[in-house]
Design a protein around this ligand. Structure first.
Ligand code: ZN
Length: 342
């Protein structure tokens, strides 16, 4: 699974006093895409590659995210529309300048940045300034980067599992920071906590912690058959999956399992037993995986709004997903091998 990165380790402890060094990698997201090197392989921009630009502008901040082993990783806090706006689009600049249209897709942008290190740590940049961008070009850029969709990075095998796990965790935090700019109680702008990973309201003292959505993944089995599904309207997930759904207010995980199986497939289940969990940063989730046995009728009534396929598959006919990142895939493979918890 995506989090199985041993001997590497992601240390999620937050430290307000950590500041970036020249080589610190910085995550910069634009919606569900990440800025990475176009030079081949997988490389994030370093702090030194961004720092001159950051020091010359006001508005954006770099914040400590986590460590991968001993390496500290940082995030350029997103702007109000979910994009880190320090890099202009090609349409804003014109194609004759340093910004070039990506050859990957129309949304991608590229930029060149100076390698000089700013004296000030992490300060700001919201508004794009064409002249500054041009001066960066003239001062001699060291890198060329473009946005790639996280799903494409996963499917292309461009980076290691460790990096993919780091990306999804960084993305989770990026989404959270971006979605909590103002206090939900009094609407004042939230500020970074000075002691923990939290956002605090200077006006009413409301404290907001990173949001993690609990959800279940359910393998419904009937002796040597398992219920496999496909999502409806999800071109990005064309492969088989299991019943899944969010935990709702006032229910236990086991009750979520029963409700979701009934809603999506019209089946009753029993003997619900826990398997494993998985942080799934792409959807801000913590997934809990359960196996359970069919209880009663085998006749499936598929929820057509959510699913395009819901069918029983024999153990040896189970088709896995294209990579080993998901808890869903591991549960399907465990069943195929007859190793599910009994
Ligand atoms: Zn408030």
């Amino acid at each position: 699974m995506i989090q199985d990165i041993f001997p590497d380790k992601l240390y999620n402890q937050y430290d307000v006093n950590v500041s970036p060094s020249e080589n610190s990698p910085v995550y910069i997201f634009k919606r569900d895409s990440l800025l990475i090197s176009k030079e081949g392989g997988f490389r994030l921009p370093s702090y030194s590659e961004l720092s001159e630009y950051l020091s010359e502008n006001g508005g954006a901040k770099i914040i400590f995210l986590f460590r991968i082993n001993e390496e500290k990783r940082f995030l350029l806090l997103p702007s109000v529309d979910g994009e880190s706006q320090i890099f202009p689009s090609s349409s804003e600049i014109g194609e004759n300048y340093s910004i070039q249209k990506s050859q990957v897709d129309g949304e991608n942008k590229s930029f060149e940045a100076s390698s000089e290190i700013a004296k000030n740590r992490s300060i700001t940049v919201p508004q794009v300034d064409v002249k500054k961008q041009l001066s960066l070009k003239q001062s001699g850029g060291v890198g060329r980067f473009s946005y790639r969709k996280i799903f494409d990075i996963r499917m292309s095998g461009l980076c290691s599992k460790t990096e993919l796990f780091a990306i999804t965790t960084a993305y989770h935090l990026s989404v959270w920071y971006n979605s909590n700019r103002f206090c939900g109680r009094c609407a004042a702008p939230l500020e970074l906590s000075k002691k923990e990973r939290a956002l605090v309201c200077p006006h009413c003292k409301n404290t907001v912690y990173p949001r993690i959505n609990p959800a279940v993944i359910v393998a419904v089995t009937d002796h040597d058959r398992i219920l496999l599904t496909k999502y409806r309207g999800r071109a990005d997930v064309p492969f088989y999956a299991l019943i899944a759904g969010f935990v709702e207010i006032g229910e236990t995980l086991e009750e979520t399992v029963q409700r979701e199986v009934m809603e999506e497939a019209g089946l009753r289940v029993k003997n619900i037993r826990y398997y494993k969990s998985q942080p799934w940063g792409k959807a801000s989730d913590i997934l809990s995986g359960f196996f359970c046995d069919l209880d009663g009728s085998t006749e499936i009534t598929m929820e057509e709004d959510e699913l395009s396929v819901a069918e029983w598959y024999d153990r040896d006919k189970v088709i896995g997903q294209p990579d080993d990142m998901s808890l869903t895939n591991e549960m399907m493979m465990v069943f195929k091998e007859g190793k599910e918890p009994k």
